[in-house]
Write a protein that binds this ligand. Structure first.
Ligand code: EPU
Length: 305
């Protein structure tokens, strides 16, 4: 039986600011994805928790979305409620910063530099939000968010508010207990990071240099989802894709970036199915040539047929 009873639909429609059939392509860096059956943007943690608990109690499927930079959303969209988390508050206390899950990592990198704090420059290369970065232990230039984290405030549906230490979150390469472990389905509300006092102007110069470097090696001005595959131990997915002769390979308007083999670019109007086909082709060819199974870094969500 479908969860779509009259009373559940009435409850969804009663949420402040809710919209129906919201196109998600405009909420992802890939510019791809069908509609959210119901969609709401929430900034206050209490309102996010309330919506989430409302769904859980009623058995309504839901998905929490950040900046949508590491997602491939199905063309058929997402059923139930999509909650876009936009809590962007932050506070600096000494060498610590507490940031809302909806704050962009790149913005937080600038906030840290403005406060003359060092050690967070790498975040200028991390698309997405603080919440998304914690969820998958995002990183760049060999540094990961877990290295600067002190603690994370979160919420476990059906259980309540929690404060997690770095150990609780069981971080690994592009993963955590939130993505693949005991805390799956839990929500990140805010994160606290510990940095070092230093010269903010120097931090800004370093970030400008890192961004120039990234512009030369990654197609950052295009519609993409960041790295498609995780790097296999001791190797690079981009190098393998290039060696397999797949740079420039295409399915419709989706193309393997000629600049970096581990990026797929939406040239305009690409569908999720085209991207998925290209991913599968790439995976199969790398396996055939080198015997290496590439593992997806990007997350596939929604109603795949
Ligand atoms: N390479 C190639 N051909 C390519 C791409 C790369 O030969 O088409 C070679 C490079 O020359 C280099 C090596 O592969 O020797 C590694 O490439 P790169 O330095 O570009 O880094 P990467 O391992 O591909 C990782 C992260 C990126 C992050 C960069 C920079 C993963 C999956 N990717 O990429 O993260 O920005 O390092 O630090 O770990 C992301 O997570 O979405 C992401 C973009």
């Amino acid at each position: 039986m479908s969860w779509r009873t009259k009373s559940r639909l009435t409850w969804l429609r009663s949420l402040a600011g809710v919209s129906e059939e919201e196109p998600l392509a405009s909420h992802t860096s890939f510019g791809i994805g069908g509609p959210a059956e119901f969609f709401v943007e929430l900034g206050r943690p209490a309102a996010i928790v309330q919506a989430l608990e409302g769904c859980r109690e009623r058995g309504i499927p839901y998905l929490v979305l950040g900046a949508g930079t590491n997602l491939l959303i199905a063309d058929e969209g997402i059923e139930g409620l999509v909650i876009r988390v936009v809590n962007r508050e932050h506070s600096v206390e000494g060498t610590r910063i507490k940031a809302g899950a909806g704050l962009k990592m790149m913005r937080l990198a600038r906030i840290a530099a403005d406060a003359n704090l060092r050690g967070f420059e790498f975040a200028i290369g991390v698309p997405g939000t603080v919440g998304g970065a914690v969820y998958q232990n995002a990183g760049c230039w060999g540094k990961e968010i877990r290295e600067v984290l002190v603690q994370v405030e979160g919420y476990v549906p059906g259980t309540g508010a929690r404060t997690w230490s770095v150990g609780d979150l069981k971080f690994g390469y592009r993963t955590s207990a939130l993505r693949e472990g005991a805390l799956r389905g839990a929500l990140v509300i805010a994160a606290e990071i510990q940095l070092q006092r230093g010269d903010g102007e120097e931090a800004k110069r370093m970030m400008a240099k890192l961004t120039r470097e990234r512009t030369e090696t990654q197609p950052i001005k295009t519609k993409n989802c960041g790295s498609v595959f995780k790097n296999p131990t001791g190797d690079s997915a981009g190098r393998l894709v290039q060696a397999a002769g797949l740079k420039g390979a295409r399915e419709g308007a989706a193309i393997v970036s000629p600049l970096h083999g581990n990026f797929i670019v939406n040239e305009g109007g690409a569908t999720a199915v085209e991207v998925r086909r290209l991913m599968e082709r790439t995976r199969a060819e790398v396996k055939r040539r080198f015997g290496i199974e590439l593992e997806l870094e990007v997350e596939l969500v929604g109603r795949w047929k």
